[in-house]
Design a protein around this ligand. Structure first.
Ligand SMILES: Cc1cc2nc3c(=O)[nH]c(=O)nc-3n(C[C@H](O)[C@H](O)[C@H](O)COP(=O)(O)OP(=O)(O)OC[C@H]3O[C@@H](n4cnc5c(N)ncnc54)[C@H](O)[C@@H]3O)c2cc1C
Length: 470
């Protein structure tokens, strides 16, 4: 990148916050998709004003700016696909306020999700959204992706907790949306617009979050099933009985095969599906709820039920779930991780379809996820070194997404579109709806400098191509 531009960036954020060494470019070139694109420069901002000045400079020179949190995204949202300035927010780590009277918190975007949860829980409060990445993902990244997690079946996703935002727009203005109150109907709801906008409409520099009182107690159970069909029917039956557990996670037989060697709980070969069910609330309510769930699912081919009697036993159960992602990666590094979502009652239909697609194409498909809200992590396990495998995966994905749409589901429940699914946008949204979204993008970002090529693909006629060198 031009030395004059580097000098201007150094003037804004200081020399320690501007990185140009090749090693630094590499460490900011990828996310959890494991795709890799080199930035032209990496800039760390520590204050809103610095973010605004960097963006104004980039907008004046028409250079792409790629907001980045922890880089744990699963859809390529933070990748500098055509170079540009990677603007990292992880040094904006202040928890500015935890207001126990109004049940709100105000944070900077670089705060790690689990760190906020720990701090509010010390005060008897609760921030529910719990992506499995919570120990390293940032709240800014959670807001940009509208992150979800196991607890979202009962408590909702990130957008249900964002009350207000401070945002730097792509032209470098600083705007404020929403506020500290639960109710607010003044003007358009820009807060909701920014949540889930994947860093394409603005850079979030402050977040006001809603908190809840911490549930008094919780109880965790792990149920092993003979068949995936039994587990899927159990999910539909629990929800059908109008019980909403705090979490309702499932794993299929292929997932269990991957985690069996490292599981802290014995998982026999006969176990072809697992549900992890957690209920929370008043302690006195939990045993009756667990008993009712056991009664509802007892006819669906259960091998065993383990109910945690202590925090440690509950953690042991959750360790089974946490082992999934690393185990899958160990078994097959070329996994394609999709996060489809279908109406809850359609989970059994979707599982059957996935099994059929897997058989038809001779490609292992491993499924686990948040069955309680219909969000299934579909992992297509392939070795891309095999001739023609990449094309085969394309066809498999196409069929999976077509099946999802046919069941009135969505191709992404929590990971976002980014670059990974941009070409499938038109499968779910009609052209007129997409054109309105593009007009919103145009209104905020007339020069298309902010996170270009995300959501709407580069080769869409609508978007001019921007590089870090123009
Ligand atoms: C092991 C693992 C488990 C995961 N589990 C879950 C899960 O259970 N649920 C779930 O929803 N996701 C999950 N994810 C995906 C990922 O962690 C989330 O999408 C998370 O919200 C990304 O946060 P981040 O800080 O890493 O953001 P990044 O990956 O750095 O960025 C993600 C997107 O947000 C934008 N962005 C980042 N910060 C800002 C900001 N301040 N303002 C505007 N835009 C910004 C980026 O441009 C990009 O488009 C998982 C990922 C991994 C690796």
């Amino acid at each position: 990148m031009d030395a004059q531009i580097i000098a201007e960036l150094v003037e804004i954020v200081g020399a320690d916050n501007v990185l140009t060494a090749p090693t630094d470019m590499i460490t900011h070139s990828y996310d959890a998709t494991q795709k890799c694109y080199m930035p032209d420069v990496v800039v760390y901002a520590e204050k809103t004003d610095e973010v605004a000045r960097v963006v104004r400079l980039a907008n004046r020179l028409k250079i792409s700016v790629l907001p980045r949190g922890a880089g744990s995204g699963f859809s390529g949202g933070s990748l500098p696909v055509q170079g540009g300035i990677v603007l990292v927010l992880t040094r904006m780590t202040k928890i500015l306020d935890i207001d126990s009277d109004n049940l709100t918190a105000e944070v900077e975007p670089g705060v790690i999700t689990a760190e906020l949860q720990r701090q509010v829980e010390k005060l008897g409060l609760f921030y529910p959204p719990d992506p499995a990445s919570k120990e390293f993902s940032t709240l800014g990244g959670n807001v940009a992706e509208c992150a979800g997690g196991p607890r979202c079946v009962k408590y909702g996703v990130t957008k249900d907790y964002v009350l207000g935002l401070e945002v730097v727009t792509p032209t470098g203005d600083i705007i404020h949306t929403g506020g500290k109150t639960l109710k607010n109907v003044v003007g358009y709801d820009l807060t909701k617009l920014f949540v889930g906008s994947e860093g394409t409409l603005g850079i979030v520099t402050k977040i006001i979050l809603k908190l809840l009182p911490k549930p008094a107690a919780k109880k965790t159970m792990l149920v092993q099933f003979e068949t995936i069909e039994g587990a899927a029917k159990s999910v539909a039956a629990i929800i059908g009985a109008k019980i909403i557990p705090a979490t309702l996670e499932f794993m299929d037989g292929a997932t269990i095969d991957c985690i069996r060697p490292t599981s802290p709980i014995p998982l026999p070969e006969a176990c072809q599906a697992i549900l992890i069910i957690e209920v929370d609330g008043d302690a006195a309510m939990l045993d009756p709820q667990i008993a009712r769930i056991q009664d509802i699912i007892k006819s669906f081919g259960i091998l065993s039920v383990r109910i945690a009697a202590s925090h440690e036993e509950s953690e042991e159960i959750w360790q089974v779930r946490r082992n999934v992602s690393p185990s899958l990666r160990r078994v097959n590094p070329d996994k394609f991780n999709e996060d489809i979502v279908v109406p809850r009652s359609k989970v059994p239909d979707m599982i059957r379809t996935l099994e059929k697609i897997s058989t038809d194409y001779g490609v292992p498909i491993v499924n686990f996820g948040h069955a309680g809200d219909g969000n299934i992590h579909v992992n297509i396990m392939v070795d891309l070194r095999h001739h023609g495998m990449a094309e085969k995966v394309e066809r498999v994905l196409d069929e999976v997404f077509q099946a999802v749409i046919a069941l009135r589901g969505s191709i992404s429940g929590e990971h976002g579109i980014g670059t990974a699914k941009a070409k499938y946008l038109g499968m779910e949204l009609d052209a007129t709806t997409i054109s309105y979204m593009q007009r919103i993008k145009d209104a905020f970002d007339p020069n298309h400098i902010l996170n270009p090529g995300k959501i709407f693909s580069y080769n869409s006629n609508h978007l001019p191509v921007k590089t870090g060198n123009n």
